[in-house]
Design a protein around this ligand. Structure first.
Ligand code: ADP
Ligand code: MG
Length: 500
């Protein structure tokens, strides 16, 4: 079979790789791609010994290859990965496949040389990304460990305070002449520690998004105004708080406690960024069909790397014990859960602006006004309190009887139903835990209401999931009291449920 010279030329030019034809180790024919790859023109390449195109390392393999080519039989002798040197001295990784061809002009070697630098670059990039992801994971695990350690430490301290002060109270109460003022002071320490623990669990729960979420239709300006005093106190006098409510805002649908938490987190970050004082501006406005809540400070600002990672859970630049790295992660969680979005604009030395966009609710729905003080006293109504945690049941019973209610207490569903069957009078309200061994609060309520249709129901829980299928959101019809609760919180919820 005799190929025309034109066809050979065509094949050489059409090939996507560099092709070199060698007689021994001397180049006799090349294509355009070879000129490009080696950075030399044809005149230079033809006649050159292939040795000149290889790097030191690759050259070492040459004698062995030459031997195989000389002794080999015609046919492909496989491919090797080597490095070539271009005229300008730069090195390029290549894969070269070589075939031995016996022709009328003698034995020729055809080398097809493929540029691997693209592939090498892609692989390098992949390796870099892999390393980065690993570093990221390590960092996260490390911070998780730190966080867990920090929490355990905090809780331990709080429990220490509680146990110790509670024993002081007992000691004093059992002494010959109990000092009421001293007991009250000690008991107050117990309460304070308990409140700190409550705050910590709330933060963790909110972060894990398992906290009960109850969206309401809210006027964001009203909410900000309601928080102003508290914010002012928590940022100190060195920082000036400026509130600029935008006019005519549509309401938003969001859990008020979460919105509050979001604002507090942002304000505290701003405070931390302005140790020497400065301005904290909270403004609201409309942004297309969304409501904008913006918190800006004149503080130290953030470097680009910090902005990139700021929303990451447990990312903090603060000293251990000072930052949990959950503040912005929580803001992000709350905003996205509400169907909104958060962005940060910040530069070192130029302050920080965090913008939260929340979907606007419909104006027709009347705004739910923030909690107005309601009467909390009982008038002899009968409450069935069901809670498997002894201490909590006892606490609830004492608060409620103290406020003028009759209390029937049960530690589980079965006992509650038996109690209800024995009880002659009305049961005005069932106050039940949601998750209890034996029977869920929901099932208890369903069964009780069958026999006592007049009984109202109020659940208490720290979690939404057990009550609901959809994550985090509570059925609008179900009344729920968050645990842990204060006396006032409990009495208010009970009164509302009885009167509402
Ligand atoms: P934490 O406050 O516990 O460190 P955050 O999630 O609230 O955790 O914030 C993460 C990090 O983002 C902070 O450690 C800080 O470096 C940076 N940051 C957040 N808000 C601001 C701000 N207003 N100004 C400057 N840096 C901020
Ligand atoms: Mg923070």
């Amino acid at each position: 079979m005799e190929w025309s010279e034109e066809l050979v030329a065509g094949l050489l030019q059409a090939a996507p790789d560099a092709i070199l034809v060698l007689e021994g180790t001397r180049i006799v024919l090349v294509n355009d791609r070879a000129e490009e790859l080696y950075g030399r023109d044809r005149g230079e390449l033809v006649g050159l010994d292939i040795e000149h195109l290889l790097t030191e390392d690759s050259r070492l393999m040459l004698p062995e290859r030459r031997r195989r080519i000389m002794e080999g039989r015609p046919g492909t002798i496989g491919s090797v990965t080597t490095t070539i040197r271009r005229r300008d001295g730069s090195e390029v990784p290549v894969e070269s496949s070589v075939a031995i061809v016996d022709t009328t002009q003698g034995r020729l070697v055809v080398a097809v040389v493929r540029d691997l630098s693209e592939r090498a670059r892609a692989e390098q990039e992949k390796a870099r990304l892999r390393d980065e992801a690993q570093a990221h994971r390590n960092q996260r695990l490390e911070s998780l460990g730190q966080l867990a350690g920090g929490i355990a430490h905090d809780f331990n301290n709080m429990l220490g305070v509680i146990v110790n002060y509670a024993s002081f109270v007992v000691e004093e109460a059992e002494s010959a002449e109990p000092d009421a003022a001293m007991m009250a002071a000690d008991a107050r320490q117990v309460i304070k520690a308990g409140e700190r623990g409550t705050d910590l669990t709330h933060r963790l729960l909110a972060f894990a998004r398992r906290e009960v979420v109850r969206p309401e239709v809210l006027d964001i300006n009203r909410m900000v105004a309601g928080l102003e005093g508290m914010l002012r106190r928590s940022i100190g006098d060195k920082i000036t708080l400026i509130v600029r409510p935008g006019p005519d805002l549509p309401p938003v649908v969001c859990d008020p406690a979460q919105l509050e938490q979001m604002l507090v987190n942002l304000a505290l970050n701003a405070r931390d960024a302005m140790p020497g004082g400065g301005n904290l501006v909270i403004d609201t406005g409309c942004h297309d069909d969304r409501v904008r809540l913006r918190v800006s400070d004149s503080g130290r600002g953030m470097a680009a790397e910090v902005v990139d990672r700021a929303f990451e859970p447990f990312f903090t630049t603060k000293a251990s014990g000072e930052g949990t790295g959950l503040g912005l992660a929580t803001v992000y969680g709350i905003a996205t859960q509400a169907g909104g979005d958060v962005t940060i604009a910040s530069e070192p030395g130029l302050g920080t602006t965090v913008t939260v966009l929340l979907p606007a609710g419909s104006r027709e729905v009347p705004g739910v006004s923030p909690a107005e003080p309601v009467p909390t006293a009982g008038h002899g109504e009968t409450l069935l309190v069901v809670e498997d945690e002894d201490a909590l049941r006892d606490v609830a019973g004492r608060i409620l009887s103290g406020a003028g209610y009759r209390v029937l207490a049960a530690e589980g569903g079965a006992e509650a139903l038996a109690l209800a069957a024995r009880h002659d009078g009305e049961i005005d309200l069932l106050l039940s835990d949601v998750v209890m061994p034996g029977m869920l609060g929901k099932d208890l309520a369903e069964r009780l209401v069958v026999v006592r249709p007049g009984t109202r129901v109020l659940f208490m829980s720290g979690y939404a999931q057990p009550v609901l299928h959809s994550q985090g959101t509570l059925d609008p019809g179900v009344a729920l009291l968050e645990k842990p609760f204060t006396a006032n919180g409990l009495l208010t919820a009970v009164r509302r449920r009885l009167d509402g």
